[in-house]
Design a protein around this ligand. Structure first.
Ligand SMILES: [Zn+2]
Length: 579
């Protein structure tokens, strides 16, 4: 018995139909599997998965490039409704066959981790949870609908939340306050609906955990997310370290800001932690680093070439092969992302650049993700690419920091020395001020899912959120806006749709700060370690990936004291240069 030859590229595949993939899955399912041919069988399955993954990635990219193209949208809908569900079921059946064989690591790097993940998924699987999970997804979709429908009249025009949020960046404090009032009223208007929805989700999630034989949903979420290398206690240690180190560092940043701007206190429209938005410090126009996509690509390429010739070549390859779509235009979906094309072994970067500094920052971030794809191109099995989220963001956040010295024109970048100093200062401040907010979001959820009975009363949720807020973000003046503060948990979509998914960003930033610290001591060694760690993909555990990058997987007070101390030192140097 032989397995049918797979298509060489997704160009020969019809993405609308399960029949495009079905014969290959069926052949794998029927193929007599033994200890002797399991390697060959796995390779075929991996190559088939690459075709499925790249098809899904490409259909999504094409749809997001032009949301007005109804054909592209239909292709996407056909794929998620008619191709992906049977593909997932076929995949599950193959997993069961592999696990039944009780193979060991097969001499394949990282295979024991792949098997560990498969076994974990199989252990957690309960058929009776599928309808409950669908119900949770429906509620989450409802959250998107409620928030998507929020709109208010601003300057004679109806504007939605993201259109209103543009004015939160206004330099005029009165304008910021005015739009903040409008946005807060929209959220308070949905307070009861969101409370009800969250309570409903909480009950469903508790039931899902109980069905899987776990004491609470926190225990379930940690298993589901494959958090094998840290526990809720480690998260609490991280929270304590943030309280001890990042909270006072944030207080110092806010105090300087108050002094420069002449404010008596920091009000909710001066610092908006859920958007990581802090009122502009320095006089002078906003940065306008480039005029069109070509200029952004050229500047990015110059900066990356300065950093490392090989990384520069990766980026040039993306430009040559049409794997960068960076300008905003009507009809393009919002946001930015980096996607992997698993067959071509190439990344694709999607962005909505408007000529502002944020775009340069986003490009460097996504370039870090893209380099992860390039560095893992040689790994034979597709599952070996699957690095944990906590480390994927080390790849991207480190790149923002490592490339930052090249923001100046003298180093290939976009800015005068002064402009570059402003951009770097803002970036470093954001790294510090993000941590207290991250801790509020994370610790609130630890409370909710370990106090499910109490959390069913929304007043208790408000009180729990408020307690965490006072603990980590004590230096703001909310007089007259207490209800908005207490219901702040409504304004973080992760809390509704992706419980416990947030601390990953905090952990990754601690990893990235260590890579940056190492680079200041020995640039070449730090970069070599960074690239090596990326090349490991998901073949090693989270602590081992951190170690390969030259970082410790540790989130305690001494660690944060060292790193935030260094960041504050750098902030002072930049401030002195700007003074
Ligand atoms: Zn990212």
């Amino acid at each position: 018995m032989t397995l049918p030859t797979l298509p060489h590229s997704i160009k020969n595949i019809d993405p609308h139909s399960w029949e495009s993939f079905h014969p290959y899955f069926a052949a794998l399912q029927e193929y007599p599997l033994t200890q002797d041919n399991v390697h060959e069988w796995l390779t075929y399955w991996s190559d088939l998965s690459r075709l499925v993954w790249e098809t899904a990635a490409w259909v999504y990219i094409e749809k997001s490039l032009d949301t007005t193209d109804t054909q592209k949208e239909q292709t996407f809908l056909d794929l998620i409704n008619h191709v992906m569900p049977p593909a997932q079921m076929a995949d599950q059946a193959l997993k069961e066959r592999l696990l039944a064989l009780e193979v060991s690591d097969l001499g394949i790097p990282g295979m024991e981790l792949v098997l560990r993940n498969l076994r974990n998924e199989a252990d957690l699987y309960r058929e009776e949870n599928i309808p409950l999970q669908t119900e949770v997804s429906t509620l989450d979709n409802e959250y998107d609908k409620i928030t998507g429908a929020m709109q208010a009249n601003w300057d004679g025009e109806d504007k939605n939340l993201s259109q209103l949020a543009v004015f939160l960046k206004n330099k005029d404090r009165a304008v910021r306050q005015q739009v903040w009032d409008v946005i807060s009223a929209l959220w308070l208007g949905q307070r009861e609906a969101l409370n009800d929805m969250y309570g409903h989700m909480l009950k469903l999630r508790q039931q899902i955990a109980a069905n899987a034989g776990l004491p609470d949903y926190r225990a379930y979420a940690f298993r589901e997310k494959g958090r094998f290398d840290y526990t809720p206690e480690d998260c609490a240690t991280f929270h304590t370290a943030i309280e001890a180190v990042a909270v006072p560092a944030t207080r110092r940043i806010l105090a300087k800001r108050r002094e420069r701007l002449g404010y008596e206190s920091i009000r909710p429209w001066d610092w908006i932690p859920e958007r990581n938005l802090l009122a502009d410090t320095f006089a002078g126009a906003s940065l306008h680093p480039y005029k069109n996509e070509d200029e952004l690509i050229q500047g990015g390429l110059n900066m990356l070439n300065r950093l490392d010739a090989e990384l520069g070549r990766y980026f040039a390859t993306m430009a040559e092969e049409g794997l960068l779509d960076l300008d905003t235009r009507p009809g393009k979906a919002l946001g930015g992302y980096c996607s992997t094309l698993a067959v071509r072994r190439r990344p694709f970067i999607f962005m909505n650049g408007t000529g502002m500094h944020d775009d340069v920052q986003t490009l460097l971030h996504e370039a870090g993700h893209a380099f992860h794809t390039f560095e893992t191109a040689e790994l034979p099995l597709v599952w070996q690419l699957d690095a944990p989220m906590e480390f994927c963001e080390v790849a991207s956040m480190s790149m923002e920091l490592l490339a930052a010295p090249n923001l100046t024109q003298a180093n290939g970048g976009f800015y005068t020395k002064t402009e570059a100093a402003r951009a770097r200062l803002e970036h470093l401040e954001n790294i510090i001020t993000f941590l207290p907010y991250m801790a509020v979001v994370d610790s609130f959820q630890h409370w909710v899912y370990t106090h499910a009975e109490e959390a069913l009363d929304p007043a208790n949720c408000d009180a729990a959120w408020d307690a965490q807020w006072q603990r980590f973000i004590p230096d703001m003046d909310w007089t007259g806006y207490e209800e908005v503060r207490k219901s702040g948990w409504h304004r973080k979509p992760h809390i509704f749709g992706s419980p416990f998914y947030y601390i990953e960003y905090g952990m990754a930033s601690v990893g990235a700060m260590q890579v940056w610290r190492n680079g200041r001591q020995d640039h070449n060694a730090a970069l070599a370690a960074y690239r090596h760690a990326l090349s490991l993909g998901g073949t090693q555990t989270l602590p081992a990936l951190f170690a390969a990058a030259g970082a410790e997987f540790r989130f305690d007070t001494p660690m944060l004291t060292e790193l935030i101390g260094l960041v504050e030192q750098e902030i002072e140097t930049l401030e002195a240069a700007l003074a």
